[in-house]
Write a protein that binds this ligand. Structure first.
Ligand SMILES: CC(C)(COP(=O)(O)OP(=O)(O)OC[C@H]1O[C@@H](n2cnc3c(N)ncnc32)[C@H](O)[C@@H]1OP(=O)(O)O)[C@@H](O)C(=O)NCCC(=O)NCCS
Length: 169
């Protein structure tokens, strides 16, 4: 199993992985729309030369009070082919990509997803760190991980994803 940054030749396979995992095209189309935007990052898990998993990050803004130059990413979407799920591929993708994001100087990552899954990697409800989601979602599903301890101290605000996300129901 190899985890690495996406290459041009992975693009079709990434589309298919997202369609298969979500059972619809919206997330796959979203990735295609966001891919060329600055500060987006796309990683794949490859097994026997086949893309079996994918994870994507895009920049988010905080509307409220936060220190300047606080670079935060939104993790979304992430997908593993149904027949490859529950084998640790998603966890591998998260661990690898979070390390890369830390190395690139990002300070925190937010995610909207399964709390029991993301809490394994240290994500906590974003509310505990003063951050709200722009969408109406239960408190426990909107989570944040500080990549640098204490980076969100004195931070209060609403996290805004790229406008392209609003086109996904
Ligand atoms: C979520 C997803 C990326 C996890 O990938 P994975 O390779 O299966 O993850 P891992 O094998 O590393 O970890 C498996 C854990 O994921 C969690 N998980 C997977 N699917 C889940 C679901 N539908 N609901 C809740 N938790 C889920 C479980 O905690 C599971 O742990 P368990 O096997 O001990 O029960 C994958 O299941 C997927 O593509 N799902 C469909 C798309 C999706 O929901 N994407 C995430 C949006 S937040």
């Amino acid at each position: 199993m190899e985890v690495r940054i996406e290459r041009i030749e992975d693009i079709n396979a990434i589309f298919q992985v997202n369609v298969a995992a979500f059972g619809r095209k919206e997330e796959a189309i979203l990735v295609d729309r966001l891919r060329d935007i600055e500060s987006t990052f796309s990683f794949v898990a490859v097994e026997a030369k086949k893309v079996v998993g994918h994870i994507f990050y895009s920049p988010v803004e905080i509307e409220g009070q936060c220190s300047d130059n606080l670079f935060i990413l939104g993790l979304a979407p992430m997908a593993v082919l149904p027949e490859h799920q529950r084998q640790g591929i998603g966890s591998l993708l998260i661990r690898y990509s979070l390390e890369e994001c830390t190395g690139l100087g990002y300070k925190a990552v937010v995610v909207l997803g399964h709390p029991e899954f993301y809490s394994r990697f240290g994500f906590v409800p974003a509310k505990e760190k003063g951050l709200r989601c722009e969408y109406k979602v239960p408190d426990d599903v909107f989570m944040v991980l500080e990549l640098e301890n204490g980076t969100l101290e004195n931070c209060i605000g609403t996290v805004k994803y790229r406008s392209e996300f609003r086109e996904v129901e």
